[in-house]
Design a protein around this ligand. Structure first.
Ligand SMILES: [Zn+2]
Length: 82
């Protein structure tokens, strides 16, 4: 969950993990630890037609979530995708 402070440019004012509720430390609007930012745009063939869902997960909650996957997440080094 992200709360922004409206200034000349949008600066992140508060960031919380949606799963555990813990506040992620910020410095000048920049998260000081790894955060998963998820967004799903649900279209016509879903039961949520037109809804956009977004959430943030701290690294611990992300790790817990992906451990439940039947097929593991694909992991690449970021140098391979930049
Ligand atoms: Zn969390």
């Amino acid at each position: 969950m992200r709360k922004y402070k409206m200034q000349t440019e949008k600066q992140l004012m508060e960031l919380s993990c949606n799963k555990c509720g813990r506040k992620i430390p910020l410095k000048n609007g920049v998260p000081q630890e790894g955060v998963f930012q998820g967004q799903a745009v649900w279209g016509y063939f879903s039961e949520k037609d037109g809804e956009v869902h977004s959430f943030d997960l701290c690294e611990a909650c992300y790790d817990e979530w992906i451990r439940t996957f039947q097929i593991p997440a694909e992991i690449l080094k970021s140098t391979e995708i930049l």
